[in-house]
Design a protein around this ligand. Structure first.
Ligand SMILES: C[S@@+](CC[C@H](N)C(=O)[O-])C[C@H]1O[C@@H](n2cnc3c(N)ncnc32)[C@H](O)[C@@H]1O
Length: 310
């Protein structure tokens, strides 16, 4: 592991036993950001506040602005971070609104920005959010249920070809054409009301689960969720906003869970006029962490320091 500015391990708090979302690669993330006691840091994916709490605990006096597009996450994080008092500020918004949200909070520049991409365990486990194929829920998938188009509306809006393209590109699903056709047929027959109906349509296209393999609906659900929430467009906006708001020497650290996300971050950091990468290869979770927290399996952590020029 090629990490600079290592923060002493004992300064990273253990997650509470009842943590609704176990944060990934926390120690490594905090080490890369190396928070200073008078620094201001943005957690752009606040979630349940696990990473934010670790940053705050690592540097007494540091402040964190926590942002999330999911209003439910803000309620949860506010409770968890209450012991840090005035050192925490919580804002509702998206990556693409980061610069304006910070300006609204009276902050022109910050010392670090972190992002832990994808969905939280709370979002995944709540059937009403429609992100999981394990329980019946509406085919929604919006991270912010107060705005935007649901996955069901997106399916209705797209022709078979466009749906197949989306499932192939964002889900890397080889049988995307069959998947799209089966989903559209289920909708036409009035058999596409819940996430379990959606899973059934995908299984009809690709066949049942293989022993030890991922659920056959995984790739299609991921593709629809990424499209509904414009996750790649948002990530590109985050990288640009971070370049604008970071002080020279400030750090952007991103945890990606999808090869397209990681590629986008890697490409961003290859602009050496703006970024000095802090790790040569992305940091991944140890076997022990993956055993404790299976979500860590596909995590890739990259970080870079903002250069002074441009
Ligand atoms: C994996 S969770 C973060 C968990 C958090 N690091 C913790 O320790 O609890 C990702 C969170 O980011 C939020 N999110 C994802 N994309 C976002 C975006 N474009 N703008 C703002 N929040 C976003 C989701 O709503 C979700 O709550």
């Amino acid at each position: 592991m090629n990490v600079v500015n290592v923060v002493p391990m004992r300064s990273i708090p253990r997650a509470p036993p009842s943590d609704p979302h176990a944060p990934v690669l926390t120690r490594e993330l905090v080490s890369l950001v190396a928070p200073k006691k008078d620094g201001v840091y943005v957690d752009a994916t606040l979630g349940a506040g696990g990473h934010a709490a670790a940053l705050l605990a690592a540097a007494p006096g540091a402040r964190v602005v926590g942002i999330d597009r999911d209003p439910g996450a803000l309620v949860l994080a506010r409770g968890r971070l209450a012991p840090f008092g005035e050192r925490v500020r919580v804002l509702h918004g998206r990556f693409s609104e980061l610069s304006s949200a910070l300006a609204g909070a009276g902050l022109a520049r910050v010392d670090g920005v972190i992002a832990d991409l994808g969905v939280s365990s709370m979002q995944l486990d709540d059937a009403a959010r429609g992100m999981s194929f394990r329980a019946a829920g509406p085919i929604d998938m919006r991270m912010d249920p107060t705005t935007g188009v649901t996955a069901r509306a997106l399916i209705d809006d797209l022709h078979d070809d466009a749906l197949a393209e989306l499932v192939a590109r964002l889900g890397e699903e080889r049988r995307a054409r069959r998947v799209a056709r089966c989903i559209k047929q289920a909708a036409a027959r009035g058999e596409l009301e819940t996430t379990l109906d959606l899973r059934r349509a995908v299984v009809r296209a690709v066949g049942p689960a293989r022993l030890g393999g991922i659920d056959p609906a995984t790739r299609t659900f991921q593709a629809l969720r990424m499209a509904v929430n414009d996750e790649l467009g948002e990530l590109a906006a985050l990288c640009e906003a971070a370049a604008q708001v970071l002080v020279p020497g400030g750090v952007l650290a991103v945890l990606a869970f999808h090869s397209l996300e990681d590629r986008l971050v890697k490409r961003t950091f290859s602009d050496r006029a703006r970024w000095q990468p802090l790790v040569r290869k992305p940091i991944t979770a140890s076997d022990a962490e993956v055993e404790r927290n299976p979500r860590a399996r596909s995590a890739k952590l990259r970080a870079a320091r903002r250069e002074a020029a441009s």
